[in-house]
Ligand binder design. Structure first.
Ligand code: TRP
Ligand code: ZN
Length: 474
């Protein structure tokens, strides 16, 4: 679902027709995707994000992922059928999916079986008949075997991470193709449905709402439906022994919280504050962007971080109050409004970190000004290596270092001082509203901040986002 891009293309076509142009494009001049004689070419093998050059693909736009699978933690064996519904954005004789998962036994496009090849994380499909621009098509990929983790440039792991009672499933920034063939870039959002069959006694927890849960012959099948657009990196279907609590928040949002029994006591404070956090953030950022909420608190000590998986943040050990606030704030900033490029990661982490500072203040802890001044933030010496990374382009090794988090949050606090509270919170709310369920980049944010404040903020953002060094005047 590349909503903005499609809308742009549609408008361009209308404008062209409205001018009644005398130039009638002949077949030879027709670009791929133009109306008229089809000209079939291969979809690009990437979206061209320099942090992860293999990520994403061109030539189509995914609408929906439907994954039906079984998983047995005893053997770590997965048996899966993924059905992907997409729309061709050019005349296609070949396209790629990103997939690092186990052995593929078949690929069909619109019901026709096809030869396919694999090359690194690319699953290359040559549909016959070929696909015309605008055509909706369905790809079915069958695969089985033992999925595993993906290692990131900073050495951390993600993807499909086996645990002592199941699997911890996270995908930021590039882990989802470990278990699902996708167009793996945040700019192609889609809806998702997971039908997971696991041994009786275990729970499979996915994004969105639980449609059904049925046990037969020692296996339980869970059907999870995520009906709002979601970036692939925010998908999860985590499996384990969980204590489940289903409630409805005072704001009327259904909540599903699954906690590893070993972590219930240590996470109780954070879990009990979910409704209060959602209410506080709704007051500051605007309506909660999804139809459900909750959390997954699992024991995966080798992962060591939490993730803002859509509708249900996931934790790899006990959930703290601060991290819970951070991951819930991401539902607005990161999940509903996702980055256009991974270099924009401060738009995720800086915002969620600043929200965490705000919640701490609201909860009677340090004020945001005190946190800004502290020794882990502006109080760092100018000579610290912390200041030597450019916030708007930290690089793949540093995208989850403290730069996007702390310098990002400091940038927002400095902006708040510069434009005043009224304009600042208007900017935050507009950001969530304008780009709801979509993507946006740093240039969009700067333009919005200038529009809402009426100020020229070029020098301000240059110092905070594009220059190295500790800002001194802004
Ligand atoms: N985005 C996560 C958060 O801030 C953190 C995260 C995701 C992460 N993937 C990672 C941290 C990989 C380290 C390595 O909540
Ligand atoms: Zn974060």
């Amino acid at each position: 679902m590349t909503i903005p891009r499609l809308r742009g293309a549609a408008l361009a076509t209308v404008a062209l027709m409205a001018t009644g142009s005398a130039v009638v494009p002949g077949p030879a001049a027709a670009a791929p995707g133009a109306p008229g004689t089809p000209r079939y070419t291969a979809g690009a093998p990437t979206v061209g994000d320099p942090y992860f050059p293999d990520q994403g693909n061109g030539g189509y736009d995914v609408q929906h992922y439907d994954l039906v699978f079984s998983y047995d933690p005893a053997t770590r064996f997965m048996d899966a059928t993924a059905t992907i519904t997409a729309v061709a954005t050019q005349d296609l004789d070949q396209f790629n999916l990103d997939f690092r998962g186990p052995e593929v036994s078949s690929v069909t496009v619109n019901g026709h079986a096809h030869a396919f090849t694999r090359d690194g994380q690319e699953l290359i499909v040559t549909p016959r008949p070929k696909l015309k621009a605008g055509q909706r098509f369905t790809v079915v990929v069958r695969y089985a075997g033992v999925p595993g983790p993906v290692t990131d440039p900073d050495g951390s792991i993600e993807g499909w991470v086996p645990t002592d009672d199941g699997a911890f499933v996270v995908g930021e920034p590039q882990g989802t193709p470990a278990w699902l063939p996708t167009n793996d870039h945040p700019t192609d959002k889609a809806t998702f449905r997971f039908t997971a069959t696991v041994p009786e006694g275990l729970t499979a927890v996915g994004n969105g709402q639980l449609l059904s849960q049925q046990t037969r012959d020692g296996w339980t099948t869970f059907v999870w439906d995520n009906t709002e657009p979601m970036a692939t990196y925010l998908a999860t279907i985590t499996i384990g022994k969980f204590e489940v609590t289903q409630t409805v928040t005072p704001g009327g949002i259904p909540s599903y919280v699954a906690i590893d029994p070993r972590l219930v006591a240590g996470s109780a404070d954070a879990v009990s504050q979910i409704p209060k956090m959602l209410e506080f953030f709704t007051g500051k950022f605007g309506p909660y962007p999804f139809a459900s909420t909750g959390a997954i608190i699992d024991y995966a000590p080798n992962v060591g971080y939490a993730l803002e998986t859509q509708t249900k943040p996931i934790f790899s050990s006990r959930a703290s109050v601060g991290t819970m606030a951070h991951e819930l704030a991401h539902q607005w900033y990161g999940d509903s409004v996702s980055p256009e490029r991974w270099s924009d990661i401060w738009l995720n982490e800086g915002f969620a970190t600043y929200a965490q500072w705000m919640y701490t203040e609201y909860n009677g802890g340090a004020s945001v000004q005190q946190t800004f001044n502290s020794s882990s933030n502006y109080g760092r010496a100018a000579s610290s290596s912390f200041w030597q990374i450019v916030l708007a382009d930290p690089g793949p090794e540093d995208m989850f270092s403290n730069i996007p988090y702390n310098r990002g949050a400091m940038t927002l606090h400095a902006l708040r001082g510069k434009v005043g509270d009224d304009a600042f919170f208007r900017i935050l709310r507009q950001w969530a509203a304008i780009h709801r369920h979509s993507d946006a980049g740093t240039a969009d944010f700067i333009a919005l901040a200038e529009r809402e404040s009426g100020q020229n903020l070029g020098a301000f953002f240059d110092v905070w986002l594009y220059q190295k060094g500790k800002p001194t005047t802004w």
